[in-house]
Ligand binder design. Structure first.
Ligand SMILES: *Cc1c(COP(=O)(O)O)cnc(C)c1O
Length: 400
């Protein structure tokens, strides 16, 4: 393959990505793009970023050999990239820090964010406290009801949580409201977007900040496993933890890349959140073109997943492109398979994984037995599952 170097200057990954927004947002996005281009070439920015990742987040996150589980499966060796050990419990904090440092350079004293399950809201509230910024988090009213511990966490951290009553009162509506706030308050405000989606330059910027996951893995794997992995696997909601793992491996021949979407009740049921692997068409959502779950009239459809963090009808433009060119594969794992992997990981490795990450684990556990024992699968364990215990208990008919 030719050396991969995308997006182009206008934020296109092949036919995907770009900037599909109202005229009123163009100036804000241009300012952001120019400022990011400036810091991208400024080594002092990346020094500062790395310093924060080391001393505040606790990076590098380790690579761990899941020996007992691998042995039980009897095939390939499974390794975890332990993003669950980061401060606030997932990969998201590294992206939030990158954007907050950029906000600080731009002199913005107010940050806003959208959140679905609340994880990105917590990461944003955390960095806002860390850097002394005012913070407003937009969250669907329906999600606020379902995710009260995270709402309280954000409040403890000093953020204002703004309920969104429009549409389905979930993540996509919160994203629309956050963009509306940004247009109105662009002089004072930086919009910290939570995944590798949205209009250019967000998908590129979020990818760059989270590429630390794959960069570290590339350094650690020879030491821990004796070589680079045969396969890297990550769950895909909007696609940020997956692209963070994949990007540094794109130009490395022989490393297979697999993104795992939420199969919900099964692809055939139509009740899932798998735009890449579930046969969806292409559309525009939140300012960019990508694969998108929509009905015959082009209306975005409701998604289903046991895991709130994967419950998004769109996906980042770069994943859409990597699918088309065949550099990455995208598959679906349903709720049941994910839950089963969740419990296996608890019992066999002493690690409670996030339900999102459990989708990637389930795929690895399914495929490992078909591979030789000297093969290596690296799973991005995107987060810890403490946040999910109420969901898992509820499914078992237990009230905590
Ligand atoms: C938010 C979240 C995800 C999904 O988001 P991506 O942008 O697709 O990475 C996955 N895992 C965890 C633990 C999360 O919190």
């Amino acid at each position: 393959m030719e050396r991969y170097d995308l997006p182009d200057a206008n934020g296109h990954f092949g036919p995907y990505g770009g900037v599909y927004v109202a005229e009123t947002l163009m100036a804000a996005l241009d300012e952001l793009k120019n400022e990011y281009e400036r810091v991208k070439a400024d080594p002092t920015f990346w020094e500062e970023f790395r310093h924060e990742l080391k001393h505040y987040v606790g990076r590098p996150s380790p690579i761990y050999h899941a020996k007992r589980w691998s042995e039980q499966l009897g095939g390939a060796q499974i390794f975890f990239k332990r993003e669950d050990l980061n401060h606030t419990g997932a990969h998201k904090i590294s992206n939030a820090i990158g954007q907050a440092l950029l906000a600080r350079r731009m002199g913005k004293k107010r940050v806003i964010a959208e959140t679905g399950a609340g994880q990105h809201g917590v990461a944003t509230a955390t960095v806002a406290a860390r850097y002394g910024m005012e913070c407003f988090v937009y969250m669907g009213a329906e999600d606020i009801k379902r995710q009260s511990p995270n709402v309280f966490r954000m409040k403890l951290l000093g953020a204002t949580v703004v309920p969104v009553e429009s549409g389905s009162k979930t993540l996509k509506d919160a994203l629309n409201e956050a963009m509306r706030d940004w247009v109105t308050n662009v002089d004072s405000t930086f919009y910290i977007l939570g995944t590798a989606a949205g209009p250019h330059p967000y998908p590129m910027m979020v990818r760059d900040f989270l590429s630390v996951i794959g960069e570290e893995s590339k350094e650690q794997m020879p030491e821990v496993a004796g070589r680079q992995p045969d396969v890297v696997v990550a769950c895909v909601g909007g696609g940020s933890n997956a692209i963070g793992m994949f990007y540094p491996y794109i130009n490395v021949d022989g490393v297979r890349m697999v993104g795992v979407e939420a199969g919900g009740h099964g692809i055939a049921s139509g009740m899932h959140a798998a735009p890449l692997s579930g046969g969806a068409g292409v559309g525009v959502l939140h300012g960019a073109k990508s694969y998108l779950m929509q009905d015959a009239n082009g209306q975005v459809v409701e998604t289903h997943s046991v895991s709130a963090g994967l419950d998004y009808p769109g996906v980042g433009p770069e994943h859409s492109y990597l699918k088309d060119i065949g550099r990455a594969e995208y598959v679906a794992i349903d709720d049941k398979e994910a839950l089963s992997a969740f419990h296996d990981c608890c019992h066999l490795e002493g690690i409670i994984p996030a339900l999102e990450s459990s989708h990637a684990l389930a795929w690895a556990a399914k495929v490992a037995p078909t591979m030789a024992k000297d093969k290596v699968i690296l799973v991005n364990l995107s987060g810890r599952g403490d946040k999910d215990i109420n969901t898992v208990a509820g499914l078992a008919g237990i009230t905590l």
